[in-house]
Ligand binder design. Structure first.
Ligand SMILES: [Zn+2]
Length: 240
């Protein structure tokens, strides 16, 4: 047995041992994953409340983002976000539990599902919704950026962090109108971003009223009026 083979066999032994000590479990139901399953068990993957939205047809995402002079080309969202549902927990874990890898893996899984329908065709750049600097320092990562990187790994489209956010109060427990007032003007495009006519895909974890998304789209449109704008979020709040 050569040294490489010995190393490989030690590695495989260690990963078997790790699987015994820290068995991989489904991130939704907590059941042990079987061989071939990753992150989610087959049952949860089947039960996922998919939105089926990944198109340029007028969808409920377009409806939430409807704004005069701001056309949204394509919109996609993987699953519905029902408060307290195990799938909502999935988003919470990717966001607050120091799990950037989980966010990226979910982005990859989402990307695989929408890529086959041609969702990424024509898109030039993926732009994540930014976190205010202080929030990113505390959390250690931006979950939207990790999801964007997952989409990028599958689609081959580059990620560019061209948006910045200033610190603002939380959107939770606000009405739709209050959210829009609160989010307006929070996001801006970096000054060194050169306007052009590229097709930009804005990415976030959850879309609720659409106030955050709309605020980002408004900033992108103001900086680059010729750009085509599309949106992809991991989850879509069912009610808000
Ligand atoms: Zn499961």
């Amino acid at each position: 047995m050569g040294r490489g083979a010995v190393t490989a066999s030690i590695k495989s032994w260690l990963s078997d041992l790790a699987a015994v000590i820290f068995p991989k479990v489904c991130e939704v139901c907590g059941q042990s994953l079987t061989h071939g399953e990753d992150t989610l068990c087959l049952e949860c993957l089947t039960d996922m409340p998919r939105t089926g939205i990944a198109d340029d047809a007028f969808t409920e995402m377009h409806k939430r983002l409807a704004s005069p002079g701001l056309p949204v080309a394509k919109a996609a969202s993987w699953f519905y976000y029902y408060r307290d549902s195990p799938f909502a927990m999935l988003v919470q874990r990717a966001k607050y539990n120091g799990r950037p890898k989980l966010a990226r893996t979910l982005g990859r899984m989402f990307a695989y599902e929408i890529a086959s329908g041609g969702f990424f065709d024509g898109i030039d750049v993926i732009v994540p919704v930014p976190l205010a600097r202080i929030k990113k320092l505390i959390r250690g990562y931006n979950q939207a950026e990790e999801i964007a990187l997952g989409l990028s790994e599958v689609s081959g489209i580059p990620v560019e962090n061209i948006l910045t956010a200033r610190q603002h109060s939380t959107q939770t427990r606000r009405s739709s109108y209050q959210r829009w007032i609160n989010a307006r003007g929070v996001y801006s495009v970096m000054s060194d971003f050169s306007p052009d006519s590229r097709h930009i895909l804005l990415v976030d974890d959850v879309m609720t009223t659409g106030a955050t998304t709309l605020s980002c789209l408004t900033a992108l449109h103001a900086a680059s009026p010729q750009a085509t704008l599309s949106v992809a979020t991991l989850a879509l709040a069912h009610k808000y």
